[in-house]
Write a protein of this length. Structure first.
Length: 337
């Protein structure tokens, strides 16, 4: 690959996707409203009606970027196709849930199938790289764990997508950690252009979309957005051999999902469980003291004293930022020492 191709993939293509994401988001929002696909923002005292499933923007713009990359990086075509098919499958599952409301177990089980393209195209290496140790041979264990990787990341992102802008900001930090980590790999002799531009493309899509989803949100991501982004992250971590970095970056999201599942004793849809927080008339968010309420991060953050939604979002952002800094440190220890 020459310098011109690398420049196109790493700089020009992501900039084009950023512009595209920004342009099509309001059009997707208008389409969703016209079809009656909208939800109520329950964390606002005035309960505004917001277009749902606008995460379709992220799926379309990111996949367009990857499809263009197919023609610029011939050597990585199998990786690109695996990434497209895995993440898009999860996104379609999410869109079906947005339209028809799948039950929690069916939706979760379907996300396990998103690993199939990665196995089919054989773009995984069952030797995760650990700090100070290097590559480890875990062939059978790795194959057994792989389906959980995408199911966990996609559903963890879905579970964190509760407050305005939280999913987009958390995953922007997480993909930035993957981008910086893949650059560190490349600088230290393990050229990884695929992971660099794949991270940059979805980062661009998220940044173009963010102004519409930040507080106060004008669009909701829907399950199509959260499952697509989560599956993309898990798939890219496997294909790019950044598993440890990815786990570290997503620790707050994984902990949030684990706490929810253990506190409600299984998989259940949001509409089937008691809300973890209560919104007062003046907009303050309190932890729900009901013992059956799920133990989410928002619940834990508001146990001591109530917070505004804006303050909660900032707390989520801080946790994600700290985890992603630790992930980059992990990458440095793994690839640079």
């Amino acid at each position: 690959m020459d310098i011109a191709q690398m420049l196109m993939l790493i700089v020009i293509l992501p900039l084009a996707i950023l512009a595209l994401s920004s342009i099509i988001t309001p059009k997707i929002a208008g389409l969703m409203l016209s079809k009656g696909i909208a939800g109520i923002d329950v964390h606002k005292p005035y309960k505004p009606r917001i277009p749902e499933a606008c995460g379709l923007t992220l799926l379309l713009s990111t996949n367009l970027g990857l499809l263009l990359a197919l023609f610029l990086d011939i050597e990585s075509q199998a990786k690109i196709l695996a990434l497209i098919f895995s993440s898009t499958f999860a996104g379609i599952v999410g869109f079906l849930d947005d339209l028809r409301k799948l039950d929690a177990k069916t939706k979760t089980l379907l996300t396990f199938l998103a690993i199939i393209p990665i196995i089919f195209f054989k773009v995984y290496v069952p030797r995760p790289v650990l700090p100070f140790i290097g590559a480890t041979r875990l062939t059978l264990i790795y194959l057994a764990i792989m389906p959980f990787a995408i199911a966990v990341t996609s559903n963890a992102v879905n579970m964190i997508d509760v407050f305005n802008g939280v999913m987009v900001t958390s995953m922007t930090f997480s993909f930035a950690a993957l981008l910086i980590s893949s650059i560190l790999k490349s600088i230290n002799g393990q050229l990884d252009v695929f992971t660099v531009y794949s991270s940059a493309i979805i980062l661009a899509a998220l940044l173009g979309y963010f102004p519409y989803n930040k507080y106060p949100a004008r669009v909701f991501n829907g399950d199509i957005g959260s499952l697509f982004v989560g599956a993309y992250f898990g798939s890219l971590a496997i294909i790019g051999r950044l598993e440890i970095v990815a786990i570290t970056a997503m620790m707050p999201l994984i902990m949030n999902g684990f706490n929810i599942i253990t506190s409600i004793k299984g998989l259940r849809e949001r509409r089937e469980i008691i809300r973890p927080t209560i919104v007062s008339k003046n907009g303050l968010i309190y932890a729900n003291r009901n013992l059956e309420a799920p133990m989410t991060l928002a619940h834990l953050l508001t146990l001591k004293s109530p917070l505004t939604e804006k303050e909660l979002v900032k707390a989520y952002m801080l946790l994600s930022a700290i985890s992603c800094i630790l992930a980059i440190v992990m990458a440095f220890l793994t690839y640079c020492i």
